[in-house]
Design a protein around this ligand. Structure first.
Ligand code: FES
Length: 104
């Protein structure tokens, strides 16, 4: 059974922007954005080292980490520089005008 938690209102998710929302049970804020109308939710911590991706540059679905410049695709979680690294993605559910995610 999934542990589903509320993240934010849908109008708080903006295309071209990375926004973070703390949720109970997650050590780092959940990072959200919209790409081509799709709501994407991931962890906000870089899988390389403990650096916040909320400070990174977003270009379409790809965020570039300020730590060492690794590029991560928010749609897949894959790192373009090291295939062993993957950004944690969350399954999303829209409930009314709110975004919820499955933490586990
Ligand atoms: S900490 Fe993100 S690329 Fe190294």
């Amino acid at each position: 059974m999934a542990l589903r938690v509320r993240v934010c209102r849908l109008d708080e998710i903006v295309a071209g922007e990375l926004r973070g929302f703390p949720v109970p049970g997650a050590s780092w804020p959940v990072m959200v954005t919209r790409v081509d109308g799709e709501v994407l939710a991931t962890s906000s911590v870089c899988p390389h080292e403990d650096v916040s991706l909320l400070d990174g540059d977003l270009d379409g679905p790809v965020v570039t980490c300020v730590g060492h410049g690794y590029e991560l695709d928010l749609r897949t979680g894959q790192c373009r520089h090291d295939a062993r690294l993957a950004l944690r993605r969350y399954r999303t559910t829209i409930v009314g005008d709110e975004l919820w995610i499955d933490l586990i």
